[in-house]
Design a protein around this ligand. Sequence first.
Ligand code: PEP
Length: 256
Amino acid sequence: VSHRVRLISANWKMNLNHLEAIALVQKLYHLLRPEDFRYAEIAIHPPFTSLRSLQLTFEADRMPFTLGAQNVSDQLSGAFTGEVSAQMLSKLAVGYVIVGHSERRHLFGETSEQVAQKALAVQQAGMRPIVCLGESHEQRESGLTLDVLTAQIDPILNTYPLEALDTIVIAYEPVWAIGSGESADPEVVEGVGRSLRELLRRRVGDEIAARIRLQYGGSVSVGNAREFMSLEDIDGLLVGGASLDAEVFAQLIRAA
Ligand code: PEP
């Protein structure tokens, strides 16, 4: 919908070293036209090790990409070996932080309560969380999709400051569609988008619910990007595999 700024986000996962990262964004920038950046905000989420390099590259060449991170600590600072704080990310001009990606939930055991704490840490450091939600194949088959999504989002709605809730982005990513080459049926995504918007209306009121952006993620490709973007409640895309090649990702943005 037109009043919500579209957001197309590239989740690189654990791919590309910092030299490859710089090369990819330079190539991508040259393939895109100014109107592509007017169509949507384009965010790049590299591994932590490339954030500083991309920050400097974007600044030096005035590339209008937004920088994003893939994860963050739920703690502010201290003895948490291996963790990275929200404050550290905001110092690198990071605008968005993905929290609760299904790989974090399933491979690293993150709970919805931890994800809510991470989202809050992101907000308190002046950035915006992209909160990932999604049901497994079995949950969908058992008709539990909306219960699962509600259980995943409720801790956020109970923790996050109400007046700032319009800064969250919700990415609906069915687990079985991620990295599988099998995207969800657009009609299913349309229905889930409508249900999520309705749930938000009931919880936080019409005005805030109308401002929260919803993304779809899960095997988004050049061939299906347009269809997902044209859905009433879907304002953006979270793209994994198809964002790792500059030509493919540029084509995807154009197609959207
Ligand atoms: C993702 O990582 O969030 C994702 C949707 O991956 P892919 O596009 O590869 O399915």
